[in-house]
Ligand binder design. Structure first.
Ligand code: OAD
Ligand code: ZN
Length: 352
């Protein structure tokens, strides 16, 4: 594996690279969250108890309209707050701190990138997240606090229900039949040609349009696949320069850290972050997760500013924090930017 990683190590050692991460559920299995399609352990193989017509129905918007129980059973189990970031997530964080990270596209809804201290600016949650919720009928937002209250309310059978029109409310996770957030398409269009290195990890590359990202990077971009199985464009349209590592994400992350000479920094980062999370962990719900990640983000931002020139990123973290607070804390009626973009004419999410 060490030899196979050399082209990547050399590029990173040269510095001045723009890395794009393109990740999926396999980077979080080390945290105890199942992926979707692995035989036996994957979520889709373990959903028989929910009596679905087919496993993917749990994330289908038309099925949700008729039967939201299946999704909410799963949402209760997967709700962010009880899982800690993996070594692979901390590697992403270290790439950020080393100014090598340009963008972290993720299909995951577990918010573990944020919890590892990756700033919102870098993260593209392509399949949405639990951070915001909207009514599927009138599209008005619901706060996380109200959603969590409804999920525990027996009179509602645990289904969050719109205060305005009594429609079902759903977190802004992108379901099959819905469009991805506009930010995903905007950044893809603006930046895809810029990336020098694309690290694709823990994804089966079966869900579109996300699965197209690695095939759209420029010919000069070094493509790296870190996944148990070879998949997608790495199989159907391989490039001579591709680096393919069929192994555990965390194991590869550890080896990369050693090969790059980053061991001490990495261990310190993991130790500090894990300690912080454990201290804050008791009963950690999404509100607290959000607050904690904002606190961490501010600290990191301050560290970065203290050590270097300011980055030329478009958004100041405090604007994002204000925006999230506005949406999370109050339950005002204006739809968010994301909810509008979920209903525009972008292509819908599909499975291969
Ligand atoms: P999948 O479950 O389809 O693929 C996960 C991939 O990661 C598989 O190829 C596994 O072999 C691999 N894997 C698992 N654990 C690993 C580990 N520790 N190290 C290395 N590889 C590992 O998950 P995704 O590709 O993320 O959509 O699925 C894409 C989308 O399908 C999800 O975002 C979700 C689902 O329907 C929505 O929820 C909208
Ligand atoms: Zn409503």
């Amino acid at each position: 594996m060490e030899e196979a990683l050399q082209p990547l190590v050399e590029r990173l050692k040269k510095g001045n690279v723009k890395i794009s991460l393109m990740t999926g559920a396999g980077i979080s299995t080390g945290a105890g969250i199942p992926d979707f399609r692995s035989p036996k352990t994957g979520l889709y193989h373990n959903l028989a108890r929910l009596n679905l017509p087919h496993p993917e129905a749990v994330f289908e918007i038309n099925y949700f309209r008729e039967n939201p129980h299946a999704f909410y059973t799963l949402a209760d189990e997967l709700y962010p707050g009880r899982f800690l970031p993996t070594k692979f997530h901390f590697l992403i964080r270290l790439l950020q701190d080393k100014k090598l990270l340009r963008r972290a596209y993720t299909q995951n809804i577990d918010a573990l990138e944020r919890l590892s201290g990756v700033l919102d600016d870098y993260i593209v949650e392509a399949h949405g997240s639990f951070a915001r919720n909207h009514c599927i009928d009138c599209h008005k937002p619901m706060s996380i606090a109200d959603l969590r209250k409804d999920m525990k309310d027996k009179s509602l059978k645990g289904i969050p229900t719109c205060r305005h029109c009594k429609g079902y409310v759903k977190p802004d996770i992108v379901f099959f039949g819905e469009s991805l957030p506009r930010r995903f398409f905007d950044l893809w269009e603006e930046e895809i040609e810029e990336y020098d290195v694309a690290i694709v990890a823990g994804t089966s590359l079966t869900v579109f349009p996300f699965a197209m990202l690695p095939s759209e990077v420029s010919k000069d971009c070094l493509r790296v696949l870190i996944n148990k199985d070879k998949c997608g464009t790495f199989e159907t349209d391989p490039r001579d320069s591709d680096v393919v590592i069929q192994d555990e994400c965390d194991k590869v992350a550890e080896l990369l850290v050693d090969l790059l000479g980053w061991r001490d920094e990495f261990d310190q980062l993991v130790e500090e972050a894990t300690k912080k999370h454990k201290e804050n962990r008791l009963g950690l719900g999404l509100d607290e997760t959000q607050a904690l990640s904002e606190k961490l983000a501010k600290e990191i931002e301050q560290d970065i500013q203290a050590n270097t020139e300011p980055r030329d990123e478009e958004n100041d973290i405090s604007d994002i924090v204000d925006e999230i607070n506005e949406l999370v804390i109050s339950s005002e009626s204006k739809p968010s930017k994301d909810s509008e973009s979920n209903h525009d004419s972008e292509p819908e999410i599909t499975e291969e």
